[in-house]
Design a protein around this ligand. Sequence first.
Ligand code: MD3
Ligand code: FE
Length: 208
Amino acid sequence: MKTGLSAGARALNLRGVLIYPAYLDPPAQAALLADLRAVIAAAPLFAPVTPGAKPMSVRMTAAGRYGWFSDRAGYRYIPTHPDGQPWPAIPETVLAVWRALVSAERMPDCCLVNYYGEAARMGLHQDRDEADFAWPVLSISLGDAALFRVGGTARRDPTESHWLGSGDVAILGGPARLAYHGIDRLRPGSSRLLAEGGRINLTLRVVD
Ligand code: MD3
Ligand code: FE
């Protein structure tokens, strides 16, 4: 069967982060994007505000039982979009990637959708708002290339950088699950997948 997923794909190891370059071929990327357009139409992108009151440059929405949210009161997962509507279901095209690379036994609770305009970035942080760090996080990159940085479990640990391109998939598991990581910048115009430019990153997580 032709799925657009590269079976047996080779992974790069960046400080324990497994990166599968171009795991999704261009038709599979386009199919995922069409499903994400529907998610964003039902659950519009918003700019979370940090506890320090700064709006993030990355805009976000989510699909699944939970979405990640931040405001002056702090970071947390919430069961509805800030508009009060339940988050849309995680598209089957997205779940297929999780099934192929992580597990067919347990589906993720949250598909966080991050949209980066050409000047957006994400500072070095850990993902630690989930209950069980035994489950990996799976990330899918679509659109313009982004300079990803990953370090260790202490903020001052040395870091390594890698350009994530459209269709790349990363698995953050084991000790890397709690590694500091961030996005330093985009390479605007490096992909034609998104007509408006920029980058979409999906992160699939087991939350509780
Ligand atoms: C390494 N997103 O949403 S994805 C995030 O490209 C986030 O939007 C970035 O960091 C983005 O929290 C990076 C790759 C990624 C995701 C989760 C990780 C790397 C990770 C968790 C632990 C270690
Ligand atoms: Fe993160």
